[in-house]
Design a binder for this molecule. Structure first.
Ligand code: 2AM
Ligand code: CA
Length: 257
């Protein structure tokens, strides 16, 4: 598999899905929205975008399987698979807010080989291949050089369904509310991660996500020179249960314990 050949083709497909989504914003009717689980909204836009991605990515790499948020395709246990969130930030999208993205990664088990995140409203396409660097609209990007928490800008996602973690979350929230220049909550984990990758945020933390929210972003952060882990710093962030991403320089200050 030639990642540098795949890279521009995946970027084109991810961009196409984003253009479709942007055209639908404001078109979705209330009766076309459903609750998959607590506060987990979905509409035909998420599903159609996923089908579009699956169809085109299957042609590109027939041997790869799929792990996708909307489950419009048979989910596979194959080691080589596309990990897809067709619309990350669905709540923003449905409320008319501009921050949402398309997130696609190619992974061999938990080893992410390629990642692309597209923010249609801003026409920002972030992408990376393993050992190939990270890019925003084809220009190389890197994480910030901030060395102290007091100078940093943080991003997070508030818990919205598993509220048993709220106290632990609030302890972190308070620490960073007091100790940083500010905390932002954008509503798309994929966007939070790529904004760490290009230095707009110094770090990002969230609980209880899924691999499709973060897989592409994890590679893009790493290839931009940043670091990702669980909150203890000993495990991978891949599952999404605990995700800490930083410019690397701050990572040690952010670990729990
Ligand atoms: P989604 O839009 O693909 O579901 C941000 O906290 C992350 O949580 C997003 O990546 C978002 O992914 C997910 N999420 C799901 N439901 C949410 C909600 N009601 N509010 C905020 N984020 C939600
Ligand atoms: Ca998501």
């Amino acid at each position: 598999m030639n990642l540098s050949l795949l890279h521009p083709k995946v970027n084109t497909i991810v961009r196409e899905a984003g253009v479709y989504i942007q055209k639908q914003q404001g078109q979705v009717k209330a009766q076309e929205i459903s609750d998959k689980s607590l506060n987990n909204l979905v509409s035909y836009v998420d599903k159609t975008a996923e089908q579009l991605l699956v169809k085109k990515l299957s042609i590109l790499l027939p041997e790869a399987g799929f792990l996708t948020e909307e489950k419009t395709v048979t989910q596979t246990e194959k080691p080589l698979r596309w990990i897809i969130d067709p619309l990350d930030g669905t709540t923003n999208f449905l409320f008319g807010l501009p921050i949402y993205s398309v997130s696609v990664a190619l992974a061999q088990d938990e080893d992410i080989l390629l990642g692309a995140v597209y923010i249609p409203v801003l026409d920002e396409l972030f992408s990376a291949t393993k050992n190939g660097g990270a890019f925003l609209n084809n220009q190389p990007i890197s994480v910030s050089k901030t060395t102290t928490l007091a100078d940093s800008l943080a991003a997070t996602g508030f818990p919205y369904y598993k509220f048993e973690q709220v106290e632990r979350y609030m302890a972190m929230f308070e620490k960073y509310m007091r100790g940083t220049r500010g905390i932002r909550r954008l509503g798309s984990a994929a966007v939070d991660l790529v904004y760490v990758a290009c230095g707009r945020f110094d770090f990002y933390f969230e609980f209880d996500l899924n691999p499709w929210d973060i897989a592409a972003g994890l590679l893009i952060v790493a290839e931009a020179g940043g670091q990702t882990s669980d909150f203890a710093g000993t495990g991978s962030a891949f599952s999404g249960k605990e995700i800490l991403a930083s410019n690397g320089l701050l990572h040690g200050f952010l670990l729990e314990g």
